[in-house]
Design a protein around this ligand. Structure first.
Ligand code: WT7
Length: 679
């Protein structure tokens, strides 16, 4: 960070900021905020679960619900049962009917500087045309349609077209590999794929279709494919026998009327695959009524979205953040949502600030890893732009260190915007722990209190709440509308991965994976949700999230299972065994470190190292690329043969090594540590 400044007051300001650990929401923001009365916390508590009607009331329903929460078959909870609605109607038609047909719904910025604006009217027309086309291809209600596209407007259009006809979508992040696409299509039995020819990264055209085709060769059933032409002539828009051209389909159905299908509140809206402890990605199921209500409610209460805003969440729609806070939440509330195709440093490191200035963006939501990059690049990039349109900032994906928080507050928010540090997960559907920007004091580094209606607690191995300041396991003790309902086709895994009945202390302890006592709990039929994060809580009930407690690492705010990466590495010829851990990284938060044992007679060459890196890119995607591949003849193991991951993590982070006395082979640790470069 370039902090040099000759100006005395500037230096004083920095010093004051550095010491300050509490920040009040600026008056200018509070005046116009959606939620400002702190009685909301009590109202939700006293009137639970009926309080959630507030979220449902933000939507238009074809049929009102009979019951807010059905908990007879917990933890298979159901929300707003008996209610019926359509997500695309809620995101489009109702705003057009309200006379806002000509308001911008999506403002898209291409990497090369092209722009496209879709009004609510335009978006509805194209969604209807594509919905008609999908139907003609044979898509029926409840068929899973896979969408494998980068940040182009056709992605949200396809999502909404699926939602219109009641076909759940499964979006696969465009940066994921062909293998990752195949695994997800096979797992979801998805017979339809919408993809594109290619896209731009730092000015270069990438061939995406080739990757999609390669993925399709790994799919075990027939697939109908639609291809969007993003690149024009730049890459030959090659359509195989079976592939359909998106533009042809939409042209052929121009002007079509497709009635939005009334979906049961509990009907699946989409699947989203995410990483877990074991190798297989998990298909998280989200519903139409509960998820959409929750995405809309949190967009309203936390992001303070209003129809007249130009709102920008700089995530990728391929992750849950983009689903909830680029597409569903903001469009349900009828605002203008921005989409940016490219990277923040192309063509220059001020691209985002240029876009904020140009579009007069007033709400901006990004990830700590991005903020740390901006800090490294220097404050002169934002300083060169007029960012005074901003009134609220947000972060998500990983803990934000106080220094990055303050940099964001000062250099992007001009000390006039509250920051919401929002803790949540793919599984929670929407934000769970964060300050309400019009109410709470902010404490940099701590996400804040649980949202109204969310009973998050930090507990020890016995499930007892810890004292303020003590580390424990984060839990959520009551259900909420946006929660996942199950893992696709795998109720058992849903139960064992996330929930344990308190009446079964052994199960709780298995879940917590640490030594335990076997004391029994009194409240026998309470189900508790385990997000697999460690945390502390302070006297004010503010939660500081410490990070994952399972074998999942968080690289640049993206979740990667160490086992997935290990299995990609052992698939490389010459490799006998691999252990992957996360090590601290200045910008990414965590980076992938791979410790690899070779087969006998195999030489540890740079060439092999490259093949291992390629193996990970082919198996998962560039995002999982190891920072370092360390060859070692042995891995540190306990006498019972378990790999001591903690030690490998310490080595990767350049930390003091913990106790090595229980190792079968203590000498190996120093040998490995010598090879690892840390900063
Ligand atoms: C994991 C969930 C939520 C969308 C993006 C990631 C970590 C997320 C925060 C935060 C500290 C955070 C947790 C969580 N995480 N937000 N504000 N502070 N940690 O979704 O891929 O499902 O990952 O991200 O470890 O469990 P995801």
């Amino acid at each position: 960070m370039s902090d040099e400044s000759g100006d005395g007051t500037e230096v004083e300001l920095e010093a004051r900021l550095e010491e300050q650990d509490r920040f009040e929401p600026p008056e200018s923001f509070v005046e116009g905020a959606n939620v400002t009365d702190e009685a909301i916390y009590e109202e939700f508590e006293e009137n639970w679960p009926e309080c959630w009607e507030r979220a449902a009331d933000l939507l238009s329903w074809d049929e009102a619900h009979d019951t807010v929460l059905e908990d007879g078959d917990a933890p298979f909870y159901e929300w707003f049962t008996g209610g019926e609605l359509n997500a695309s109607y809620n995101c489009l038609d109702r705003h057009v009917e309200d006379g806002r047909k000509n308001q911008a719904a999506i403002k898209w910025e291409g990497e090369l500087g092209e722009t496209r604006t879709y009004t609510y009217g335009d978006l509805l027309n194209e969604v209807e045309a594509f919905a008609a086309a999908l139907r003609e291809l044979g898509v029926e209600e409840d068929d899973v349609v896979t969408l494998y596209m980068p940040m182009i407007p056709e992605l949200p259009i396809a999502m909404l077209a699926c939602a219109r006809i009641g076909a759940p979508h499964s979006v696969v992040f465009a940066g994921f590999s062909a293998d990752a696409l195949a695994t997800r299509m096979n797992s979801a039995d998805s017979e339809y794929l919408v993809t594109c020819d290619g896209y731009y990264r730092r000015g270069d055209a990438l061939n995406h279709k080739e990757k999609a085709d390669k993925g399709l060769r790994g799919v075990d059933h027939d697939v109908q494919t639609v291809v969007v032409d993003r690149l024009g002539d730049e890459l030959t828009h090659f359509l195989g026998n079976d592939a359909h051209d998106y533009d042809d389909l939409v042209d052929a159905h121009e002007g079509a009327t497709v009635e939005p299908v009334s979906r049961d509140a509990e009907d699946m809206l989409f699947l989203m695959y995410t990483s877990g402890t074991t190798g297989e990605p998990k298909g998280v199921k989200h519903t139409t009524g509960g998820y959409l209500s929750y995405a809309a409610w949190t967009s309203h209460a936390v992001l303070d979205v209003k129809p007249e805003d130009t709102y920008w969440c700089a995530a990728d729609i391929g992750w849950i953040t983009g689903h909830s806070y680029i597409v569903y939440g903001p469009l349900a509330l009828g605002t203008t949502t921005m989409m940016y195709e490219g990277t923040p440093d192309y063509p220059e490191r001020d691209r985002l600030w240029e876009l904020i200035e140009k579009n007069r963006v007033d709400i901006f939501y990004t990830a700590p890893t991005a903020i740390r990059s901006f800090m490294k690049w220097g404050e002169e990039y934002p300083a060169g732009h007029d960012l005074s349109s901003l009134r609220l900032l947000g972060t998500v994906g990983e803990p934000i260190n106080p220094r990055a928080w303050k940099w964001y507050y000062k250099h992007i928010g001009g000390e006039e915007c509250p920051i919401v540090d929002t803790w949540w997960q793919t599984e929670t559907g929407g934000m769970m722990i964060t300050t309400l920007p019009g109410i709470n004091t902010m404490k940099p580094g701590s996400a804040g209190p649980p949202l109204p209606g969310i009973d998050a607690q930090v507990v020890d191995v016995e499930g007892t709440p810890v004292d303020p300041g003590d580390a424990g396991y984060l839990t959520v003790q009551n259900p909420w509308p946006g929660m996942l309902r199950t893992l696709y086709d795998n109720d058992d895994r849903f139960l064992t991965e996330y929930w344990q009945e308190y009446s079964d202390p052994d199960a709780v302890n298995r879940q917590l994976t640490t030594p335990h006592s076997t004391e029994s709990r009194e409240d026998a039929d309470e189900w508790v949700y385990f997000p697999e994060d460690g945390a502390t809580i302070d006297e004010d009930g503010f939660v500081t999230v410490l990070g994952r407690v399972d074998d999942v690492i968080n690289v640049s705010g993206h979740r990667l299972g160490t086992m997935e990466i290990e299995s990609a590495i052992v698939g490389v010829p010459g490799v006998a065994e691999a252990a992957v851990v996360g090590g601290d990284h200045e910008v990414k938060g965590q980076a992938v470190y791979a410790y690899v044992i070779l087969e006998d007679g195999q030489e540890p060459t740079d060439d092999l190292r490259e093949r291992i890196v390629d193996g990970v890119e082919d198996g998962i995607g560039p995002i999982a690329r190891p920072e370092q591949v360390v060859f070692t003849p042995e891995l540190p193991k306990t006498r019972s043969g378990k790999i001591m991951r903690r030690l490998l993590e310490d080595i990767a982070s350049g930390d003091e090594l913990g106790d090595t006395s229980t190792l079968r082979n203590p000498g190996v640790v120093d040998d490995i540590a010598e090879q690892v470069e840390t900063d």
